[in-house]
Design a protein around this ligand. Structure first.
Ligand code: SF4
Length: 372
C-alpha cells in the first residue's frame, strides 16, 4: 500500500540528505556511524522495506534488544512449560511465545504432548477462559515491555473486581530503559545513537530516556515505523551528532505524547513493582529490568501459586543471540544462521518472532553477507 509515509521522492530526498550528513561527519564503510534501533518493530521495518540496503555508505544499523520474545530466557520458558504441564492448568499465551525454545521443550511441543495451552489475543481472553472454566486454573503468560503491561495490569484489576479466583498471571514483563543502560554499559559499546521505540514511548513518554543523553552523551530519537519515519529519525540523529549535541527527540509526535499515557502508567504502578533483577536471554541478569506483581495482588501471581524455579540455563552451543542483541555481530555471523537455526527450526529466540533480528534477516535479508 502506498501512503504519504512511503513516498519514493521524499525518501530519495531524505537519503540524499543523510548521505550529505554522513559525508560531513567523515563516516565511511570502514568507520561508520552506528545507530541502534532498540525496538523489534523497527528491526522488522528496516528489513522489510530494505532500508539498510539503500542507506548511503558510512551508516550501519545495529539491532537492539527490544523484541520481548527474543530476550525471554530458557529458564522462564521451562517454568512456563512446567506450569502448563500441571493437569489443573489451562495456560493462555500469545502465539509468538509458543515456539520459543526452552531447555526441554517449547510450549508448542508441550501442547503436542498433551498440555492444555490456548492461544489468546489479549489478557482479557484469558480472563474469559477463567470465567468459562471455573473448575480449572487459568494462567496467563504475560510478557512484553511497557507497551503490553497496562492491558495485563487492567486485567488483574478486573479479575479482582469480579472476584475471579481461578485466574493468575505468570509475569515476565520487562522494562526498556535498564536494557538500554545495559547496552551502554557493555564492554566495547559502539553505539553512536538510538532509534527509540515508538509503542513503549506512547506509554512512558520521553522523560525516562534523559539519562542516555545526560549521562552517556548519546542522542535518542523516538521514531514511527513507516519507512519515512525511520529515514527521518536517522537524519535527526545524524544532525545531532553533526552539531555535537545529545538530545532526546520525538519524531513520532503524531502518536507519542511527551509525557506518555498517565492512565496506563497509573495502572502499571498499581499492580506491578520493580524486581531487583531479571534474567535476559543472551544479556544475563539486568538490575531492575523486570516487574513482579505487588503483594496486594499476590493471589493473582502464578509464581506464588505454583512452584516456579526460574533456573539459569545456558544458551545452546554455538548460539550467539547475546552478541547479536548487543550489536556485536550481525545475524549472519552466527555459525548456526540459516543452517541449524531457521524460522522453522529455531535454536535461538531471535529466530522465532518476526521482530527478531535473525528471523527478519532470514526472511528479507537473504543469507548473504552485507544484506544488512
Ligand atoms: S542464528 Fe539462531 S542461534 Fe544464532 S544468533 Fe540468530 S537466533 Fe541465535
Amino acid at each position: 500500500m502506498t501512503t504519504p509515509f512511503h513516498d519514493r521522492d521524499t525518501g530519495q530526498r531524505l537519503l540524499a540528505r543523510i548521505g550529505e550528513k554522513l559525508h560531513a561527519l567523515g563516516a565511511t564503510e570502514r568507520a561508520p556511524i552506528r545507530l541502534m534501533e532498540v525496538c523489534g518493530g523497527h528491526t522488522h521495518a528496516i528489513f522489510r522495506h530494505g532500508l539498510a540496503g539503500v542507506m548511503p555508505p558510512g551508516m550501519e544499523f545495529l539491532h537492539g534488544p527490544g523484541c520481548p520474545v527474543c530476550v525471554l530466557p530458557m529458564g522462564r520458558i521451562d517454568d512456563c512449560v512446567a506450569i502448563a504441564e500441571d493437569p489443573r492448568v489451562i495456560l493462555a499465551t500469545f502465539g509468538d511465545a509458543m515456539r520459543v525454545p526452552g531447555s526441554r521443550k517449547s510450549l508448542l511441543q508441550a501442547k503436542a504432548d498433551g498440555a492444555d495451552i490456548r492461544m489468546v489475543y489479549s489478557p482479557l481472553d484469558a480472563l474469559t477462559l477463567a470465567r468459562r472454566n471455573p473448575d480449572r486454573e487459568v494462567v496467563f503468560f504475560g510478557l512484553g515491555f511497557e507497551t503490553t503491561m497496562p492491558s495485563t495490569a487492567l486485567t488483574v484489576l478486573r479479575a479482582e473486581r469480579e472476584g475471579i479466583a481461578n485466574f493468575s498471571l505468570f509475569c515476565n514483563h520487562i522494562t526498556i530503559t535498564p536494557t538500554i543502560k545495559a547496552v551502554l554499559d557493555s564492554p566495547g559499546m559502539a553505539v553512536d545513537g538510538f532509534i527509540g521505540p515508538g509503542h513503549v514511548s506512547m506509554v512512558i513518554g520521553l522523560r525516562p530516556y534523559r539519562f542516555i543523553a545526560e549521562r552517556y552523551d548519546r542522542p535518542l530519537v523516538v521514531a514511527g515505523f513507516e519507512p519515512l519515519d525511520v529515514l527521518q529519525s536517522v537524519w535527526m540523529l545524524l544532525d545531532q551528532i553533526g552539531r555535537g549535541v545529545a538530545l532526546i527527540e520525538n519524531q513520532y509526535g503524531r502518536i507519542v505524547p511527551e509525557d506518555g499515557n498517565p492512565q496506563a502508567q497509573a495502572a502499571i504502578a498499581e499492580v506491578f513493582e520493580t524486581r531487583a533483577f531479571f534474567e535476559w536471554r543472551g544479556l544475563g541478569s539486568i538490575d531492575e529490568s523486570g516487574v513482579a506483581i505487588r503483594d496486594r495482588y499476590a493471589r493473582f501471581d502464578a509464581e506464588r501459586r505454583f512452584a516456579v524455579r526460574s533456573p539459569t540455563v545456558a544458551d545452546p552451543d554455538g548460539c550467539r543471540c547475546g552478541d547479536v542483541l548487543k550489536g556485536g555481530i550481525k545475524p549472519w555471523q552466527c555459525g548456526l544462521f540459516g543452517g541449524a537455526c531457521t524460522p522453522e527450526t529455531p535454536v535461538g529466540a531471535l529466530m522465532v518472532s518476526s521482530e527478531g533480528a535473525c528471523a527478519a534477516h532470514h526472511q528479507y535479508g537473504g543469507l548473504r553477507k552485507g544484506a544488512a
